[in-house]
Design a protein. Structure first.
Length: 187
């Protein structure tokens, strides 16, 4: 994978993972036994002390979305919070990191050559695309939809971004006249 996965707390993973990460049993006030339905393993998790108030008082996400993770809450800043994130065996570490949501697909000559997961994690075997991604996108301070699409189109790629990704909300402040020249040339 090109680029490290960084959780942006957008909620896209957490809101659909409740069927995979299941609270199996409550062992104490803030101690739970959780089953990962994908690998059938059980994990002991603890609600982080800094999130116990919001864990106890706000169940609106689970009420609105039956597929949401049992442990996700929304913070005052609007970001989604994993209330067990600091647990040694946090579900984010044992599942979310490996099963990141695909936010875009990249094609060349009509064939899919890559997927984008998280904000800037690229999964591909295409050498040129990997070089462009490392040299231009990972080093860019604001790699939004427009920048990525403009850059990759110049190299013969087609990019399909899925709707409602966090790219749209925060990472698209570049104007058309601000695109830098690509230092990568096709070989």
């Amino acid at each position: 994978m090109c680029g490290e996965f960084v959780c942006e707390q957008c909620g896209l993973c957490c809101l659909g993972i409740g069927e995979i990460i299941r609270m199996n049993e409550q062992l104490g006030d803030y101690v739970f036994l959780v089953k990962n339905e994908a690998d059938k393993k059980m994990h002991l998790v603890l609600i982080s002390p800094e999130y116990r108030d919001i864990f106890d008082s706000d169940h609106s996400i689970q009420e609105q979305n039956k597929l949401a993770c049992f442990f996700v809450r929304r913070g005052k800043d609007g970001l989604f919070i994993c209330t067990i994130h600091s647990s040694r065996l946090c579900c984010r570490l044992c599942l979310c990191k490996d099963k990141q949501l695909c936010v875009a697909r990249i094609s060349k000559n009509g064939e899919e050559v890559a997927r984008v997961k998280g904000r800037v994690s690229l999964v591909t075997e295409d050498r040129l695309l990997t070089k462009i991604w490392r040299d231009c996108i990972l080093k860019h301070p604001d790699p939004g939809h427009k920048y990525i699409e403009h850059l990759l189109t110049r190299h013969g790629y087609t990019v399909l971004f899925y709707e409602s990704t966090y790219f749209d909300r925060e990472f698209c402040s570049i104007q058309d006249n601000e695109y830098p020249a690509s230092p990568v040339e096709d070989s």
